[in-house]
Design a protein around this ligand. Structure first.
Ligand code: NI
Length: 222
């Protein structure tokens, strides 16, 4: 059963793991209360910040539901990610948006830390999707077939420190292959919600990939 889920998802998040992470959601994932924000750190998962490592981050929609399935929502996610990248000044080395989760390979931000970045990203997506309760009601009819989920995001996220070139390559390849492994496309270039095309064709996509200028500025200033 577990293996079947893993094969189906093509990623380390099995439904079992997803549900294991399914602790009661904080207000951050509660689309009815987007004005409040729980900045509490997830418990039980150790975070290592400050070493200048890259972070391979995986976060999931609530109970692994495909809440990012539509093109509109994936586009919106990508737009918010770019805004958050600029606000917190971090480098997006790689990314992929999947129907029920996303993976990022990012530097540590010049402002704050990866936990705050991921919370800002999650909250930003929810706020853009459901800016007011009234709009929420309206949109839920359209977006979720009249059954808006009570939560959009799974509270926790998975964070793996990447400090070797080997792991860097492995995670980037993993990110770019994910839509292919899942059978969503035949080749990585056909999935437009990932950094693959930036690498393969030098395309400037909605997210600026590998812009180290801000981070270098911080190191110089330090
Ligand atoms: Ni995945």
């Amino acid at each position: 059963m577990r293996n079947r889920h893993l094969r189906r998802l093509g990623c380390p998040i099995s439904r079992a793991l997803c549900e294991k992470w399914g602790f009661p959601c904080s207000s951050i994932t509660d689309i009815a209360q987007t004005s409040t924000y729980d900045s509490g750190m997830p418990t039980g998962l150790k975070r290592y910040y400050g070493n200048g490592d890259l972070h391979f981050i995986t976060a999931s929609c609530y109970r692994c539901q495909p809440l990012l399935e539509s093109e509109y929502r994936k586009d919106l996610f990508v737009t918010v990610l770019e805004q958050v990248r600029q606000r917190y000044k971090f480098v997006v080395v790689g990314y992929v948006v999947m129907p029920e989760h996303f993976h990022l390979l990012i530097s540590e931000p010049a402002r704050s830390n990866p936990s705050v970045v991921i919370q800002a990203l999650k909250l930003g997506v929810v706020k853009r999707l459901f800016p007011t309760p009234k709009i929420r009601e309206k949109r839920s009819l359209k977006l979720f077939n009249n059954s808006a989920p009570n939560h959009f995001w799974q509270k926790r996220f998975y964070d793996f420190n990447v400090w070797s070139a080997c792991k860097h390559r492995e995670k980037l390849r993993y990110i770019h292959r994910n839509p292919v492994k899942r059978g969503l496309v035949d080749t990585p270039d056909q999935w437009r919600w990932s950094s693959f095309r930036a690498y393969a064709f030098g395309e400037t996509g909605p997210i600026v990939v590998n812009d180290w200028s801000q981070v270098k500025m911080k190191i110089r200033a330090a």
